[in-house]
Design a binder for this molecule. Structure first.
Ligand code: NAD
Length: 453
C-alpha cells in the first residue's frame, strides 16, 4: 500500500502554495477533464460495458454527457461563482463592505460507488477543482474496469501534483480515512456512510454523504396507469435498478394492482422484448449482489412478472412482485436491482404513515391527477428529492441540489451546488478607520448616560 500520509502531505504543500486558487489553474483542470471525457468516450463506454453491461446510450446519457453538461455549466459560470457575494447590511454597517468569500477547503477526499462509476466520481471531482481544492479520488473497487480507466486517464489530463487517484478496496479506504482531509465527499451505502462520518469526526472534517435507501412511489386511484407504469418501470430498470434514486417500491390501493401490473408488463415488453439478449439491459454488478436480489425475490410477495435469475450471467429479469407486506425482505432493505414490489395500502394517509416510520428516503414519487394529493405527501413527509408524476427526473436538473436527508444522506450537489459544496463560505466585513464617535457606545464603562442613548 502506498504511503498515504506522504501523498496527502504533498498535496497540502501544493495547496498551501496557492497554485490551485487561481481562476487559470481551475479553468485548465476543467478543460482537461472535458478533454478526458471527449477523447476517451469509447474507452469509458467499454469500461462501463465490462462492469455493468451498460449500453452505449446509458453510458452517454447518464455518465459521460451528464458530466460533460455539468462541466460546461461550471466552465461558463466559474468566474461569476468565484466573485465575492455581497450581502445585505444593517444601519450599523452602512459604511462597511460585507461579503461572502468562497474559498477552497484544502485537500478533499472523494469516494465513489460502483453503480454510475463515472458520474459519481467525475461530478464531485470537477466541483472540488472548480472550487480550488486538491483532490484524492477513491473510485469503487467493484466497478474495476472504470476504476482502472480513471486511474490511467486522470494523471494524463489533470495536474498530477494536485489530483491523485487511489484504487483499492476496504484496506486502502480504511488507511486513507486515518488521514486528515479538509472535506470528504462520499457516495455509497448508509452503513459505510457511518464509518466515513466517524472517521471525519476525528479531525472535525465536514462531509457530504450521498447515501441510499428506499424511495417510495405512491399511485393515486385517479392516475393514468399506463403513464405510471411507463415512468416507473423506466426508472426501475435503468441500470437494472442499481440507481440510488430508482423507484424502490410502489404503494397503491389493492384494486389498482392488477391493472398496474398489466400496464407494467406492456411497458417492460416494449422496452426489453428479450431482456436476456438485449444490449440495453444491464447486469448486476457481482455475484454477491445477485444473490442478495435473488433472496429478496424468493422471500417476498408473489412474482407476477419475471423472477428469472441466471447466476453466471449476473442476470435478473425485470421483475414485479404483488401483495408485498411491510415485513417481506424486499420491503426491509433498498432493493437495488430490477425488482418492483407493490405493497397495497388503503389510503394516502396509510402510505404517509408507512413512509414516516422508515428512514427519510432519497427520493419520493407521487402519481396523481389531483395536485392536492402530491401536496399532502409534500407537507407530511420528508425526502431528499420529490417528483410529482415521474421518477428520477429531478437528478437531471442542475439547478436543484441533489442529495438526501437523514438516513439518505446530507448535503447536495450538481451544477453550482457542487462548487458551493467544496467551498468554505468565509464571512468578510471590511470597516473604515473613521466613525469612532458613532460607535463609542459599545466601549465600557457602560455608564448611565451611555445606556440611555
Ligand atoms: P461500494 O461498495 O462501492 O462502496 C462505496 C465506497 O465505499 C467504495 O469506494 C468502497 O471502497 C468504500 N467502502 C466499502 N466498504 C467500506 C468499508 N467497510 N470501510 C471503508 N470504506 C468502504 O458501493 P455501495 O455502497 O454498494 O453503493 C451502493 C449504495 O450507494 C446504494 O445504497 C445506493 O443507493 C448508494 N448510492 C447513493 C447515491 C447518491 O447520490 N445518494 C449514488 C449512488 C449510489
Amino acid at each position: 500500500m502506498a504511503d498515504y500520509s506522504k501523498m496527502i502531505e504533498g498535496l497540502r504543500r501544493v495547496f498551501n502554495s496557492g497554485i490551485t486558487k487561481s481562476y487559470e489553474w481551475r479553468k485548465k483542470q476543467l478543460d482537461g477533464m472535458l478533454k478526458l471525457l471527449e477523447e476517451n468516450r469509447d474507452k469509458i463506454a467499454q469500461g462501463l460495458k465490462e462492469d455493468l453491461h451498460k449500453s452505449s446510450l446509458e453510458a452517454a446519457v447518464y455518465e459521460i454527457d451528464f458530466c460533460r453538461n455539468d462541466l460546461i455549466e461550471t466552465m461558463n459560470n466559474l468566474k461569476d461563482w468565484m466573485k465575492p457575494e455581497k450581502v445585505k447590511k444593517g444601519l450599523l454597517n452602512i459604511m462597511d463592505t460585507a461579503y461572502i468569500q468562497r474559498e477552497p477547503y484544502g485537500v478533499a477526499l472523494v469516494m465513489g460507488a460502483w453503480n454510475y462509476p463515472i458520474q459519481i466520481t467525475v461530478l464531485p471531482v470537477l466541483g472540488a477543482i472548480a472550487a480550488g481544492n486538491c483532490v484524492v479520488l477513491k473510485p469503487s473497487e467493484l466497478a474495476a474496469s472504470t476504476a482502472k480507466i480513471l486511474e490511467e486517464l486522470i494523471p494524463k489530463y489533470l495536474d498530477n501534483d494536485c489530483v491523485k487517484v487511489v484504487n483499492g478496496g476496504i484496506p486502502e479506504t480504511t488507511a486513507l480515512l486515518k488521514e486528515r482531509f479538509d472535506y470528504i465527499f462520499y457516495t455509497g451505502n448508509t452503513m459505510v456512510g457511518k464509518i466515513i462520518m466517524k472517521a471525519a469526526a476525528e479531525y472535525l472534517t465536514p462531509v457530504t454523504l450521498e447515501l441510499g435507501g428506499k424511495s417510495p412511489v405512491y399511485v393515486d386511484e385517479n392516475s393514468d396507469l399506463n403513464l405510471v407504469a411507463r415512468r416507473v418501470t423506466w426508472g426501475k430498470l435503468v441500470n437494472a435498478g442499481q440507481t440510488c434514486i430508482a423507484p424502490d417500491y410502489v404503494m397503491c390501493k389493492k384494486e389498482l394492482q392488477e391493472k398496474l401490473v398489466e400496464e407494467c408488463k406492456k411497458a417492460i415488453d416494449e422496452y426489453y422484448p428479450d431482456p436476456a439478449k438485449s444490449e440495453d439491459y444491464c447486469r448486476i454488478i457481482n455475484e454477491r449482489h445477485l444473490n442478495r436480489v435473488k433472496k429478496l425475490i424468493e422471500g417476498s410477495g408473489k412474482v407476477v412478472i419475471g423472477g428469472q435469475v441466471e447466476e453466471g450471467e449476473k442476470y435478473v429479469s425485470p421483475t414485479v412482485l404483488t401483495d408485498c407486506k411491510a415485513t417481506d425482505p424486499v420491503m426491509m432493505e433498498e432493493v437495488f436491482g430490477p425488482v418492483l414490489p407493490i405493497m397495497p395500502v388503503n389510503s394516502a394517509e396509510e402510505a404517509i404513515d408507512f413512509i414516516n416510520k422508515g428512514e427519510k428516503p432519497l427520493a419520493m414519487y407521487i402519481f396523481a391527477k389531483d395536485h392536492a394529493v402530491a401536496q399532502k405527501f409534500l407537507d407530511n413527509t420528508s425526502s431528499g428529492g420529490f417528483v410529482f408524476n415521474d421518477t428520477m427526473m429531478h437528478a437531471g436538473l442542475m439547478s436543484l441540489p441533489f442529495g438526501g436527508v437523514g438516513g439518505s444522506g446530507m448535503g447536495g450537489y450538481h451544477g453550482f451546488h457542487t462548487f458551493d459544496t467544496f467551498c468554505h463560505k468565509r464571512s468578510v466585513l471590511e470597516r473604515k478607520h473613521g466613525g469612532e464617535a458613532m460607535i463609542a457606545i459599545r466601549y465600557p464603562p457602560y455608564t448611565q448616560k451611555k445606556g440611555s442613548i
